[in-house]
Design a protein around this ligand. Structure first.
Ligand SMILES: [Zn+2]
Length: 362
């Protein structure tokens, strides 16, 4: 792809609502022309797919396979081998981020259309073509991509409302960063994940996600506590799953996500969720680009209100000294979208931003 060409990828169909899962077989039949589908699912939500089809539903048979918990090449091969006759004509991935990723890899290997059914709004992965493959030691070893975005993304907000609160907070954290990351990525001319220039629409989506989350996150979390999706909950899920996913993939990322390379190398952060880490990373990004103290304070106030981390101790990490901060910063600079800022931005700026932030947020 010519990097002077703007490009953006979308799922063909995005469906969201309290009973969206009732459309599973209809969508398999109508959108993917499938009579037999392979469902790769987290065991905890397997029951959603093991019930026989209801009266009036299209006759689509489902072979349900339970995901073992880690998205490795071996797991992808195991699931592909379990696929039996009649040959599947589509793959459905259901569950958390890793289950969705392994289903993406299975669909790539079997060369079949893909439906994604996230059961938590914990990250921006559902609409994306990226797949994070791990080794047996839980380290990311490769990020292959689908040939196109998932064909159908089916988001049942009744199911998502029953997921743990912390997962939705993490999804809000993963989405809140995009406004600042996409605008920086566009400014630096970063090549997006579709292999071209970012589009103005990516920034529009990132800003819409930000504004929605600032306005509706508290209300959405209250709705979740009641177990009843309401309008605020629907808007927040749409921001966290649809806007955030499209924004990062076709817009790009910056320090908030780049800092992951340093943070996830520390054993202490193993219990922290992706969205928690990048939300913290956004605070460091704002420091590195010298945003006003009042803007950072305002964002930290929002984080505290909903339970996102504001200090490194909130993600399990002791306050780094100068050399540890520099090591974290140097790893951050290995992300190509952060390196695109070099020499305007160097590891020493990021290290200083981290140290300043910890001092001020203490
Ligand atoms: Zn993310």
């Amino acid at each position: 792809m010519n990097t002077s060409t703007a490009v953006i990828g979308f799922p063909s169909v995005y469906i969201q609502g309290p009973n969206a899962l009732q459309q599973l077989r209809v969508q398999l039949h109508q959108s993917l022309n499938a009579q037999h589908a392979l469902v790769v699912t987290d065991p905890v939500v397997a029951h959603l797919f093991e019930a026989p089809s209801a009266a009036g539903e299209p006759d689509v048979s489902l072979q349900v396979l339970h995901f073992s918990g880690e998205c490795t090449g071996a797991e992808v091969q195991r699931l592909c081998r379990l696929s039996h006759q009649p040959a599947p004509q589509a793959v459905v991935g259901a569950g958390g981020g890793k289950a969705l990723d392994v289903a993406k890899a299975v669909s790539l290997q079997l060369n079949l259309p893909l439906m994604i059914v996230p059961t938590a709004a914990s990250s921006d992965a559902p609409t994306s073509r990226l797949i994070a493959l791990y080794d047996e030691q839980h380290r990311i070893v490769a990020v292959p991509t689908l040939r196109r975005n998932p064909d159908v993304v089916l988001v049942d907000t009744g199911v998502i409302a029953r997921a743990p609160r912390r997962l939705l907070v993490a999804g809000i954290g993963d989405a809140i960063t995009k406004r600042h990351e996409v605008s920086r990525a566009l400014e630096a001319g970063v090549v997006n994940y579709c292999g071209g220039k970012g589009t103005g629409l990516s920034l529009l989506l990132a800003e819409q996600a930000y504004n929605t989350l600032r306005r509706d996150a508290v209300g959405a979390l209250e709705a979740q506590a009641r177990g009843e999706p309401d309008a605020a909950f629907e808007r927040v899920v749409e921001a966290a799953v649809l806007y955030s996913g499209l924004a990062f993939e076709s817009g790009g990322l910056c320090i908030a996500h780049g800092l992951l390379r340093g943070l996830t190398a520390q054993a202490e952060t193993q219990q922290a969720l992706h969205g928690e880490l990048v939300a913290y990373g956004l605070l460091i990004q704002l420091r590195a680009f010298e945003h006003d103290e009042s803007e950072i304070e305002d964002l930290m106030h929002f984080y505290r209100e909903i339970g996102l981390p504001t200090r490194c101790q909130d993600i399990g990490l002791p306050v780094p000294d100068a050399s540890q901060a520099l090591e974290l910063a140097e790893r951050t600079m290995t992300a190509p979208y952060v390196a695109a800022w070099s020499p305007r931005l160097q590891a020493s700026h990021i290290a200083q931003a981290l140290l300043t932030h910890e001092q001020r947020a203490a």
